[in-house]
Design a binder for this molecule. Structure first.
Ligand code: ADP
Ligand code: MG
Length: 306
């Protein structure tokens, strides 16, 4: 299946004047492989690459990380959260403008209640189809393959599957089995190696990363070429406070910064043809910094209404 970009057919055409509309989920049954870190930071990098592109995050985990990372002001209960969006069959009312210009849906107090209403794996796909959102939607999932994650996989154009070590490679296999069982194309998935210690050797002359790459190739799983390194700086950014910080804004000097930018490029290239998306090869701007107050609606390229 090979590494992206290595696509044989022409990417779908996107009018440069229009926004990219796509849904991207992350999935791994294994916890701690970087799902949340990758998906939240991808949102920020995608915004940085094209500042008028609407990007929204939906979290199906119950850790409230999205809220802590993106919340500008404590949500008034009346504004609603994912539970309300689920019941209303549209996220229109519950999408909120957050830090870095990224929209997000506040987490419900109890994700298990949603799960009970997610038996049909197409529920989330239907909700997103009814949501008037002209942009990218990124979905963070829990480290399981239960009803909500299955909904995310059904709703997604691309499913990023992080692999950090041999155990997470075995867990990744379960996401591919799920795709097959639900008759979804395995070409929807893209493996991304994350948190791999590049120096770790399994045998003389062979690194762990090389071994994992060879196995993914042998299994025919599609993958992106970018590998996200393990970085003490990123670890500190995430664990130093209750609110994980943006790698773009706080860890620009690290290899992970360049890797996330590269991953965002790959994703865009894969979904839309990167150059068509950003016009000329645009420099990556730090913009949409964390702000103290809520900007006016529409600032940071908010959702366009039809
Ligand atoms: N590139 C990285 N380098 C070092 N630590 C990382 C990196 N990415 C994530 N982490 C840390 O690894 C742990 C798991 O990451 P997380 O994104 O929460 O994984 P998941 O969502 O798959 O459970 C967190 O403590 C996070 O701070
Ligand atoms: Mg997570």
């Amino acid at each position: 299946m090979g590494t992206f970009p290595a696509v044989s057919e022409a990417p779908p055409s996107t009018d440069a004047s229009d926004f990219l509309r796509a849904t991207v989920a992350v999935s791994s049954n294994k916890g701690g492989v970087g799902k949340t870190t990758v998906v939240t930071n991808l949102a920020i990098y995608l915004r940085a690459l094209r500042e008028d592109q609407p990007v929204a995050l939906v979290g199906l985990d119950d850790q409230r990380i999205l809220d802590r990372m993106f919340e500008i002001e404590a949500p008034a209960a009346a504004r609603g959260n994912l539970k309300h969006g689920w019941a209303e069959r549209s996220l229109d009312r519950v999408l909120r403008l957050g830090q870095y210009g990224v929209y997000y849906v506040p987490s419900p107090p109890d994700v298990s209640l949603l799960k009970a209403r997610a038996e049909n794996p197409r529920t989330l796909a239907g909700i997103l189809a009814r949501t008037d959102w002209r942009g990218i939607i990124l979905i963070d999932t829990k480290s399981d393959l239960e009803a909500l994650t299955r909904n995310a996989i059904h709703a997604a154009d691309r499913v990023i599957v992080p692999i950090a070590d041999w155990a997470s490679l075995e867990e990744a296999a379960k996401t591919f089995v799920l795709l097959e069982r639900d008759r979804l194309p395995i070409d929807r998935a893209r493996v991304v190696f994350t948190l791999v210690d590049r120096r770790s050797r399994v045998e003389r002359g062979t690194t762990l990363l090389e071994r994992l790459e060879a196995e993914v190739e042998a299994r025919g799983w599609p993958r992106y070429g970018t590998t996200i390194s393990r970085s003490p700086r990123v670890e500190a950014l995430n664990s130093g406070s209750g609110c994980p910080a943006s790698i773009l804004h706080r860890a620009r000097g690290t290899a992970v910064h360049a890797e996330l930018r590269s991953l965002a490029h790959e994703l865009l290239w894969d979904l839309a043809g990167f150059e068509r998306y950003v016009g000329a090869a645009a420099p990556l701007a730090t913009w949409g910094r964390r702000v103290a107050a809520r900007p006016a609606d529409g600032e940071y390229g908010g959702p366009r209404r039809r």
